[in-house]
Design a protein around this ligand. Structure first.
Ligand SMILES: Cc1ncc(C[n+]2csc(CCOP(=O)(O)OP(=O)(O)O)c2C)c(N)n1
Ligand code: SF4
Ligand SMILES: [Mg+2]
Length: 344
């Protein structure tokens, strides 16, 4: 990891936690929320703000992490928190970062590093708020982190299909029927790849999963330290929407990684670095079959062999055919490849 002190517009210098015993004990997302038992998104909120520390402002777009966390004048947030519209996490991050900078410049506020984190769900971020997030990632003079917590549906309004819902999943908008078994046959958006490939001014993009908590917190710390706008995509098992026993949340997060469905990587200044169990997969450890992950969830209970094979084939393609395995789906033409290798 590069030295944090070399960054001109770094926010706080948040060193990585070197192991679980070094993690700070203070909590900034505490009791008082009403999320479901086993909700990984709630754990993501807790770890995210534990990593960022007390000098943090959190902005949250509509969704479970707004509604279930701030109902009837109760809240688990210890740090300042503000709700923003469903599609506005990007605008809220940029506006808050710019506002803080202006107040400090005018001497109306003490000049000090303050972390700005805006979170959004997959519906609010990957569908409705995509334009605002994209705009924010082009403004390199403002420091903020946008964290997309992906429970793979519009969960708060009763599990509707989003652009991040996996192929074939049963949602309230895609119930399997007798005439048609699979209503949803589109492949999920590649959000982190999209953000990293499309925003040259954004210095840091990462994928995380709370099943690997210390690594996850360290990615948050890196995103807040490097300076400028940054983006993190977190995959969050959701017992209600995915239809499984809440005790399996942690295990499902691990299986998403071990099957290769959700790769863990960071892109820092254009360099892709795999980490954790994904790194082992890249280095040759066999991926677990996707059925081990899918068949633990009720939303795939209608899958027949053909569906499982299709899902497996699509994941194999990500790993075997993409230009940067499981990250960037471009493929170079054979003629280009030959020309490049002739040059080198
Ligand atoms: C513009 C707008 N359209 C619809 C809604 C209703 N609504 C509130 S939360 C929500 C679901 C958001 O899904 P997601 O962003 O994935 O968050 P999750 O509920 O899954 O945590 C919807 C559709 C709204 N608040 N604003
Ligand atoms: S529906 Fe899913 S994301 Fe929403 S509170 Fe329940 S477990 Fe969490
Ligand atoms: Mg969602």
């Amino acid at each position: 990891m590069a030295e944090t002190t070399t960054f001109s517009n770094a926010t706080q210098i948040l060193e990585p936690f070197r192991g679980v015993k070094r993690v700070t004990i203070e909590e900034y997302f505490t009791s008082g929320h009403r999320t479901c038992q086993g909700c990984e998104s709630a754990l993501v909120m807790k770890l995210m703000v534990k990593a960022s520390g007390p000098r943090t402002i959190v902005l949250g777009s509509t969704g479970c992490m707004y509604v279930a966390n701030t109902t009837y004048y109760t809240t688990p947030w210890v740090v300042p928190w503000m709700h923003t519209q469903l599609g506005s996490s990007g605008s809220a991050a940029l506006g808050t970062a710019a506002g803080l900078k202006a107040l400090m410049r005018k001497g109306k506020m003490k000049t000090e590093p303050i972390n700005v984190i805006a979170f959004c769900g997959d519906g609010g971020g990957a569908d409705m708020g995509l334009g605002a997030i994209s705009a924010t990632l082009t403004h390199k003079e403002y420091n903020s982190l946008i964290l997309l917590y992906d429970n793979e549906s519009y969960a708060n309004t009763d599990i509707q299909l989003s652009g991040m819902t996996p192929y074939g999943a049963n949602t309230t908008f895609s119930p399997p029927g007798k005439a048609k078994r699979l209503i949803h046959t589109r492949w999920k958006k590649n959000m982190a790849g999209l953000m990293a490939a499309g925003h040259p001014e954004c210095r840091y993009v990462a994928t995380v999963c709370a099943s690997y908590a210390v690594e996850m917190m360290n990615k948050v710390r890196r995103a807040l330290t490097i300076g400028g706008p940054t983006f993190i995509h977190s995959l969050d098992p959701c017992p209600k929407g995915w239809d499984y026993d809440p005790m399996l949340s942690h295990e499902l997060g691990e299986l998403a990684i071990e099957t290769g469905i959700f790769p863990l990587y960071e892109v820092e200044d254009g360099q892709v670095k795999y980490y954790g169990k994904t790194k082992a997969l890249v280095e040759g450890r066999p991926r677990k079959p996707v059925r081990e992950y899918l068949l633990k969830q009720g939303r795939f209970a209608h899958f027949i062999e053909e569906d499982l094979e299709h899902f497996q084939a699509k994941v194999d393609e990500m790993w075997e055919k993409w230009e940067i395995p499981a990250v960037v789906p471009f493929r170079r033409l054979d003629a280009t490849k030959a020309a490049l290798s002739a040059k080198s």
